[in-house]
Ligand binder design. Structure first.
Ligand code: TDO
Length: 186
């Protein structure tokens, strides 16, 4: 597999090896030793899958405490996927990385613990699948505004995406109480 660095250290794009034959193709989507060597360390304790329609935006989400590292990919369709560094004291605080992930390119994004994560569906529909290093703790779940001007994500959308109620009433990063954000540890 190929491991591509991004503008934020620790956020990685993975291009799995695809083994094609006349039946179709096969790929390993996670393998403990190889992914750990690439810097993607579990243990992973939960797998999630979500279906969304075109124009749906989920995010920006994080948990603190109980920070989740997320290894994400798209099974069907296409999304614009974003990781934002919201670790207090990080030299990259507020910086974002955005990548297109699709069921055609099979790419994965590694969103390390301490990052906020979100995605916009750019195809008619999308099935999104991911592994998490922590269990879901709804009481520690936090939503940050998708259009926070301080973060300035360049979403590939004209107009307004469709949001959940929770995400529609999300906080700007500057209004999040400091104790609701993780701390950067070099
Ligand atoms: C995230 C999650 C939700 N749920 C339930 C709660 C709720 O009834 C329903 C939908 O929850 P949400 O609206 O939070 O789902 P969603 O907006 O898809 O939340 C996800 O967004 C992306 C961007 C992430 O990064 C994920 O970590 C997660 O926060 O599913 C679980 O049972 N387990 C889970 O792990």
């Amino acid at each position: 597999m190929n491991v591509l660095e991004t503008d934020i250290p620790g956020v990685l794009v993975i291009e799995p090896d695809l083994h094609g034959d006349d039946r179709g193709w096969f790929m390993e989507t996670w393998q403990e030793r190889r992914y750990a060597e690439a810097g993607i360390r579990g243990p992973f304790v939960q797998d999630n899958m979500a279906h969304s329609r075109h124009g749906i935006l989920r995010g920006l989400h994080l948990q603190h405490p109980h920070a989740q590292g997320k290894l994400v990919q798209v099974v069907l369709g296409e999304v614009f996927d974003v990781a934002v560094d919201v670790r207090r004291g990080s030299p990259h605080f507020g910086k974002w990385v955005g990548v297109i992930l699709s069921g055609e390119d099979h790419r994965q994004l590694w969103v390390p613990p301490g990052f906020a994560h979100g995605y916009l569906v750019t195809s008619n529909e999308a099935v999104f699948s991911y592994k998490c290093t922590e269990y879901y703790h709804p009481e520690t779940d936090l939503s940050i505004r998708w259009d926070d001007p301080e973060i300035g994500i360049d979403w590939p959308i004209v107009g307004h995406p469709s949001l959940s109620e929770k995400d529609a009433s999300a906080l700007l990063l500057k209004d999040v109480p400091p104790d609701r954000l993780p701390e950067y540890t070099p």
